[in-house]
Design a protein. Sequence first.
Length: 356
Amino acid sequence: MPNLFSSLQVGAIQVPNRIFMAPLTRTRAGEAHLANALMAEHYAQRASGGLLIAEATMAVEGHSAFWKEPGIFSAACVEGWKLVTDAVHAKGGRIFLQIWHGGRACHPALNGGAVPVSASAIAIANDEVHTPQGKLPYTVPRALRDDELPGIVAGFRQAAVYAKDAGFDGVEVHGANGYLLDQFLRDGTNKRDGQYGGSRENRARLLFDVIRAVSDVWGSDRVGLRLSPLNSYNDMRDSDPVGLATWLAERLNDFNLAYLHLMRGDFFQQQTGDLMTPVRAAYKGVLIGNMGYSPAEADEAISSGKLDAVAFGTAFLANPDLPARIQANAPLNAPNPATFYTPGPEGYTDYPALAA
Ligand code: PHB
């Protein structure tokens, strides 16, 4: 029976353990959206994870959803990320980049006044975004025309090329958490007519087009996908999240991806249901679970075959040596949410490892 410390073949790459680092937006890239030496130190400290999945990274310039998040849209972005991939590889690690379009979660105040785009003209309600002018409510996006969608796909393709230039081991397409691809997927935000709205097949069309384009660049065995059909974060809903997840899992078998990375729940516990059992039954590839797994629960899920690996988010933020700590049954540092989005090393590179 495998456990957290068993190696695993993840598409084209072999990883030495199943304790993965989940993508974590930490807004340390500055206003030019460039990865930097501080970020390299942060990721390199965590290189013992079986696979590191670097934070949501802007695929198309001008679509910022978090003040000072990184980008992968220019030669300068490539140079910044090379610092990170070199530092992680020098420590023997493996790292994928999460490529992302924020859609309606982007804000004019972060994007020179540009109106955000989405599947339909529906704003995120009851939430605010941090901007240089303070916290602001989200604005109503413009619905993308069908003839604009090849341009979005081309943006993801180009981001995949840049990620390859930057020395990553692969990319994760961000199909989760209420960002653009998820805005098309779920029927609460997709009210379109035509080829990209209505049926599941139509709502998934943009996602599948992006996966194909990114797979053309990397080979599908170096492409992962993250989904969160239950998460209400960013004011998201679907009328049948478990049905959508199960249908996607079946369809994704055709894409021969490195992995499917599934968030099992809802940050706000508004939407409930068991996604994991039907997705495991339907999906033939590597399945990564995420969201609130304790090490013991993660180990049980792997040894019983429910999952192949588990991605830890805040636990990996607070414990740069998470695999060693789990192996030693050592206590875990607690994450400090007050420093999640602040600039600088505090709460980023200063969480202590176990004493040698
Ligand atoms: C967050 O920073 O809260 C965040 C960022 C990206 C996600 C989810 C949450 O996909």
